[in-house]
Design a protein around this ligand. Structure first.
Ligand SMILES: [Zn+2]
Length: 59
């Protein structure tokens, strides 16, 4: 007699945020005059000074 308890929980992995590029977002720190020290999430395609429009900056 086997008591096989079906455990559906296999330990959900850490939630990884993916941007619209399907890339893992990382935490950036903005050092612009307006947002000095402001932290936000950006994908690897993001770069300092990237325009918010056009998909260069996504979070
Ligand atoms: Zn992206």
């Amino acid at each position: 007699m086997e008591s096989n308890s079906s455990s559906g929980t296999t330990g959900s992995p850490a939630r990884i945020r993916l941007c619209e590029h399907s890339e893992q977002v990382v935490l950036h720190t903005s050092w612009t005059d307006r947002n000095a020290g402001r932290r936000f999430f950006g994908c690897p395609y993001w770069y300092p000074g990237a325009p918010k429009t056009g998909g260069a900056h996504c979070d």
